[in-house]
Design a protein around this ligand. Structure first.
Ligand SMILES: Cc1cc2nc3c(=O)[nH]c(=O)nc-3n(C[C@H](O)[C@H](O)[C@H](O)COP(=O)(O)OP(=O)(O)OC[C@H]3O[C@@H](n4cnc5c(N)ncnc54)[C@H](O)[C@@H]3O)c2cc1C
Length: 416
């Protein structure tokens, strides 16, 4: 089924009763070439690119709940490629380039909106760091502009630029950054993968990894054993639990991150703005709700709900940056479980267990990485060799001391 203006029109004439289901609900086959554990954005994108780029279609995505129930449907929808380090920047720029063509590619409206992101700067040290990052971006061919204080004031007149707490002195702007409707990404990749023959199996939890002679031969699930030549983990906040089934201990901690939505109001914020001093980020959805978030809750948890002290912290930071937020009513908040790595960067690699692959460690920022992660993970699984852009995202980099620490925060997962 192809979506087009004509198909919308013709289905409208038929009372919208002729649309097909977006993906099938197949029973698991006894054996697949590849099983992907986790039907989040990364798992579904990997299945899509395995089929599309490598012709590998005997693939199952095994999801313990429903598609989009994890972080892919819980995030604040920000996409960007404003990275400093050589090991990060080209990877995230590939992702942004893939986002730019994604809706045409998978023929689904993901409401990709390149409205720009402005990272505010509050002191000389932050200005130096922003300039350095902006220059690094430009050297990689990525768009970046530095705004001085007056340019920030013109760009976002609702900001309290001259506040006494953390006065704003400038900002680093990436025009091509923006937002994407998060759950539509899951649906688009699911639909695209399914139409190429991938089985998406929902409400099926992986409970064990069966090994024979040191190699993985399939997964134990709540619907029985399913065999596979290769098994690829994409379980985000549950990565440590799944890896434990193969006897692996990952350099990952799981933390909760909350997000918030306000009542709908008229257009007010037309880009993404981040407030470095309070760690607060905000945009406005097409429905009018303000969508925002802040820090992770600082304790380890697998529960998809957060604590009230972080609600207060986020509201306080938002109000300091945009005083008129104090007049808003907040409608909803929710939490997702974050796979926080030791250096704040992801892992896309083979594991020491033969035929078992890993994709995790996305910390605060895995949504923007979804297309590139799927692209590169599919390359790794198909070729048994890492994609050139993920060479620094290896699992053994912690043992080798070759960190990819974008923030320079050191080996403390909750600080990245
Ligand atoms: C509140 C919040 C705000 C965020 N904001 C942003 C943002 O603005 N920009 C950005 O780039 N990133 C953001 N992120 C991070 C981003 O959402 C995640 O890094 C990314 O979605 C993780 O990859 P995923 O989509 O594959 O994860 P998920 O959607 O969580 O997918 C993992 C899936 O694995 C399944 N699973 C786990 N264990 C098993 C098992 N044993 N068997 C079967 N299935 C299993 C889970 O049910 C889940 O569906 C945010 C995250 C949160 C929570």
């Amino acid at each position: 089924m192809k979506y087009s203006a004509l198909s919308v029109f013709l289905n409208g004439l038929r009372g919208n009763t002729a649309w097909q289901k977006m993906w099938r609900a197949p029973d698991p086959k006894p054996q697949y070439d590849v099983i992907i554990i986790g039907g989040g954005g990364h798992g579904l994108a990997t299945a899509y690119y395995l089929a599309k780029n490598h012709g590998i279609t005997n693939v199952a995505v095994i999801e313990k709940s429903y598609i989009g129930s994890g972080n892919v449907g819980r995030n604040t929808t920000i996409i960007r490629s404003n990275y400093l380090l050589e090991g990060n920047n080209p990877f995230y720029e590939l992702s942004l380039k893939l986002w730019e063509g994604l809706e045409q590619d998978f023929n689904y409206n993901a409401m990709i909106s390149q409205r720009g992101i402005l990272n505010l700067v509050h002191n000389d040290g932050q200005r130096d760091a922003a300039m350095r990052r902006g220059n690094a971006m430009r050297l990689h061919g990525v768009d970046a502009e530095y705004f001085d204080k007056e340019a920030v004031r013109r760009f976002a007149p609702y900001l309290d630029v001259d506040q006494s707490r953390f006065p704003i002195v400038g900002g680093l702007f990436q025009p091509r950054a923006g937002t994407v409707r998060h759950d539509a990404v899951a649906w688009g990749f699911a639909r695209g993968a399914d139409s190429r023959g991938v089985d998406i199996i929902q409400n099926c939890e992986v409970t064990g990894l069966r090994r024979e002679g040191g190699r993985v031969v399939g997964v134990e699930t709540t619907r029985g054993f399913i065999g596979a030549r290769k098994v690829a983990m994409a379980a985000a906040g549950n990565s440590s639990r799944v890896a434990e089934m193969a006897g692996l201990k990952l350099p990952i901690e799981t933390h909760v991150l909350q997000a918030f939505v306000s009542e709908g109001i008229k257009p007010f914020i037309d880009s993404v703005i981040t407030y470095s001093m309070g760690h607060f980020y905000i945009s406005q959805s097409d429905k009018g709700g303000l969508v925002f978030g802040g820090d992770i809750d600082m304790y380890n948890s697998y529960a998809q709900r957060g604590n009230l002290s972080m609600v207060e912290h986020v509201a306080e930071a938002g109000k300091t940056m945009i005083p008129r937020l104090s007049r808003m009513r907040y409608l909803r908040s929710w939490g997702g479980v974050m796979d926080m790595s030791m250096d704040g960067s992801p892992i896309i690699d083979k594991t020491p267990v033969e035929n078992l692959f890993i994709n995790c460690g996305w910390c605060y920022g895995g949504f923007k990485a979804t297309p590139a992660s799927g692209w590169c993970y599919a390359h790794l699984i198909a070729n048994d060799a890492p994609h050139p852009l993920t060479r620094q995202m290896r699992l053994d980099r912690f043992a080798r001391g070759n960190m990819l620490d974008e923030e320079g925060s050191g080996p403390t997962p909750n600080r990245h």
